[in-house]
Design a protein. Sequence first.
Length: 347
Amino acid sequence: MREEPRAVPAIVAAGDRRAAKAVHGESKVYLEIGGRSLVAHVVATLQRVPEVSEVWVVGDSDRLAAALGREDVAAEIRKPLHIVPQFRNLYENAWQSFRRALPGAPPEGRDPVGSDLDQRVVYLSADLPFATAQEISEFIRRGMELGCDYAAGLVTEESMAPFYPTEGEPGIRMAYFNLREGRFRQSNLHLAKPARLLNRHYIEDLYEHRYQRQWGQILGLAIRLLRAEQGGLRILFYYALMHLAGVADRSGLRRLADWLRQWLSIARVEGTLGSLVRASLRFVVTDVGGCAVDIDNEHDCDAARARFSEWRKQQEARAEELYGPLLLPLARAPGPQLPDPSGREER
């Protein structure tokens, strides 16, 4: 019988500095879709993921406490929930939350030592109103089975089709990574052993340039990689090829995109990114698209509001069809556990 993976902490990135984008003049994680804030949707979904032991949310402490302490949200909280005040950027938010999530860590966190080096956490963004518990559960299980230091989520192009515009109805279209095996969208799910990522600071740069459109900043990052990293020329070549294929795809030049992507196998990209972060890296491809739909602009927000019920039901049905019901029953804790704005509750 296959050994079941142990549960891991989930860290939800809800900060509103640097890489974060405002939507309709508001920090997007507090936008309401389907009657509650985006961050509340994510936290509520994580309550039903068997592989998640506790939830850490990093961002504006006061606003998070208000959003997650709302009666209807608090009633769904069954796992330990911690709020971490945000730091200067995405990298610091991710690292400092990990330090606090280590077993036995004090409120201010501690540096990983010994077995902490192999401590996994699952990272996800706070603006995923269509994420399903089955999708996150499947990603974590498969990522653990790979045994790598960093598992990054992708979804198939086909899984994104339900979100496209239809006749008379708004929709969302996302940019894809064009790889030999197909077109894929980043799913905003990351299962990592943060202490094993020796060049983890590059992940923020790659995340900030994930839209593949900011060419001035992309070129600056490419030059830094060429100068600073061993194998920088190979990294630069595949990095440029991936962006060129993305431009061709978005411009309707599918034949050119198909020709370019034949050089970009999943294995090659895994090896290139792994050498960049100096750790073993693998992709986990899932066939439910909800975790790939992050709300980054007004158009997508309006479409998600207009079709929330339809898309949510569709994602839940598809997730159960593909991955079945959740493996563990949902156990209700004795009373809701409300977040502590200071992030300093006893462990």
